[in-house]
Design a protein around this ligand. Structure first.
Ligand code: SF4
Length: 217
């Protein structure tokens, strides 16, 4: 796609993983005088029903904050920014994530190997969209989480930045408690695991350690 007209100097594309993580990330960027546009591309969120809940949560936050938002899975975006066809409804398909993890073999159980690939997968598309829409900077709500690998996120951001596109290494974590409070007050869906099936397994595998076959006393 040919580049669109340049955005205002203070425009920034904010890759967003979910609603709760976006609230204070948006607030911080606005405090810095920036004008963020939310961008949702997360083929790491499984299953699709969970993806849809987080998507809905982000939409609710965008409406609350009167913020522009781009969903990579919008039918109108089919083929717009991704030559491999991962925009439009295909953007929600877990195939790219599964392929990236399959290449790791058993290493996929190691978050130090798995998560940097997951960040890359999302940032390559975020950077492509930023460039195609005329943004000169981007960042991610992943930098709001205490549980994500911040060093790997910053490295992934730097890999997909360039002379024409900066990655803003903002630390959104100071807004964590306020973000939790607001997301609860606003009734925004709050997820119980990071996103992928492996993180869901890690979250709930302890249930297998309970002897559910024992008869009730
Ligand atoms: S744990 Fe989270 S960041 Fe890591 S691979 Fe899974 S979804 Fe991606």
């Amino acid at each position: 796609m040919t580049a669109t007209a340049p955005q205002p100097d203070n425009a920034i594309l904010l890759h967003a993983c979910c609603g709760p993580c976006s609230i204070m990330s948006m607030s911080r960027l606005r405090d810095l005088g920036l004008a963020p546009t939310l961008f949702f591309y997360n083929p790491n969120i499984h299953p699709l029903s969970e993806y849809l809940r987080r998507r809905e949560g982000l939409l609710a936050v965008a409406r609350r904050l009167d913020a522009p938002v781009i969903f990579a899975d919008e039918p109108s975006l089919s083929g717009e920014f991704d030559p491999s066809g991962e925009s439009g409804p295909r953007a929600a398909h877990p195939g790219p994530w599964l392929e990236a993890m399959a290449a790791l073999g058993p290493g996929m159980d190691d978050m130090k190997q798995r998560c940097p690939r997951c960040y890359d997968l999302r940032f390559v598309v975020a950077a492509r969209v930023a460039r195609s829409r005329g943004f000169t900077q981007f960042t991610s709500t992943l930098l709001y989480s205490r549980y994500q690998n911040r060093k790997a996120i910053l490295e992934a951001g730097a890999r997909h930045a360039g002379p024409d596109l900066a990655f803003l290494p903002e630390d959104f974590r100071p807004g964590l408690l306020e973000g939790v409070r607001l997301s609860k007050e606003w009734g925004i869906y709050r997820q119980q695991y990071c996103g992928c099936l492996l993180s869901e397994h890690e979250r709930y595998k302890r249930l297998l350690e309970q002897d559910v076959t024992s008869p009730a006393p």
